[in-house]
Design a protein around this ligand. Sequence first.
Ligand code: ADP
Length: 462
Amino acid sequence: MATSSLLEEAISISKQFDISNDQLVAISEEFIRLTDLGLKSGGMPMAMIPSYVTGVPNGTEKGTFLAVDLGGTNFRVCSIHLNGDGTFDLLQTKSVIPRNLMVGTAKELFSFLAKKVDEFIKTHLDEKFNEERGHPANEHIYKLGFTFSFPVNQTAINRGTLIRWTKGFDVADAVGMDVCLLLQHELDLLNLPVHVAALVNDTVGTLMSRSYSSPRGSVTKLGVILGTGTNGAYVESLAAVDKLDNSAAALADKSIMVINTEWGSFDNDMKILPRTSWDDAVDLETPNPGYQMFEKRVSGMFLGEILRRVLLELHEKGYLFPRSSTPLTTAWSLDTSILSRVEADSTPDLVAVKSIVEMDLGLPTTLLERQAVKLIVEGIGKRSALLAGAVIGGILVHLRACQSNPVVDIGVDGSVFEFYPGYEDLMRVALKAVMGEDESKIRIGIAKDGSGVGAALCALVA
Ligand code: ADP
């Protein structure tokens, strides 16, 4: 084994994940250019989807709302009681969607969803619950926010036709249909006092949730997801959304609109994003090579796999690990939480790294090998945070957010941001490179539960 130059090799790999301040500025400038283009043109190359949400909460909102979330294997039903002081009470139930309904008919799927709402109301929103909140059960009509995490063509706050299913769903007769109307129809058949008031993207929900709960006196401008995937939604001036018919009656007295950027697909053309051979290898393993190129360098779904690719190559070249193992050679076997745990180990002997590599890769290590693993992890994690910071900075520069506000607030949801050690500090390095001293005006906070409280807030402002 060529361990004598292992550390040199690891340092040189880690350097390939470095991004200079000049590059960060160039990335944010390209991001702003594509943002502008996306607001003008019909969705290319960055989707920049108008959410039809034309107001953001300030924390004083009150009331009880329903939210449902269909995004994968589970269907969540929640009630959210907003207390009017930035806090809320949330009740929720979760049901697994039966496999046969994921590939059956629209009628079967949406009547199942409506039945779950019915059960929820009967169990949790009984008369006592309503009386406590001053609503006689049979008189109150609940506004419901519907988080639906599949591609839709949204045409109003509670109108959107399904473009296609993803994530294992294939309910053919729902494609091209309005998913809000499908749900409303089934709720009506059960005589439920529920109005589907908003169709909600989870990133928009994150922005709304943070805007409600952020400390008073600040303005929340941006909601960010840094979890399995990454995305951002921000508050845009309605006049800037060129591709919308701003003269439409429903928008006549409105001045802002929340835009879902879909920034995961920023720079799919790879004009400006950093690129390593390991990124290319991971991209080729995905079902959509050449797409979501920003996301593939930033989000939790991919960082573990980038690490595995680097380690495997070092092993194959004879630098690392005396033998191979199934996790080392199996695509997608390393979870991104491994990077967090490695990053957190500051012991001189890297004892945590030793047990992580033993447990998760099934391999013994020397100290030198553990140091190499740590260097590589740091490179991959740092690049993710710097890229996230560069596009966040890009949006804030585009909005001139710091010129008119003493504190600009950002809400973030997702395990990568929440648990990766030092992630915010690294994001701030990029923000500083892009925004200079204005970086100090940015407050970043966790925004919990965009698809629950955020969806409720979209229903409220609808
Ligand atoms: P989701 O985005 O699916 O709603 P999360 O925000 O929990 O859910 O994100 C899940 C992603 O975060 C997964 O890709 C997972 O690998 C990654 N992840 C989970 N725990 C950690 C951690 N401690 N540090 C970094 N990434 C993590």
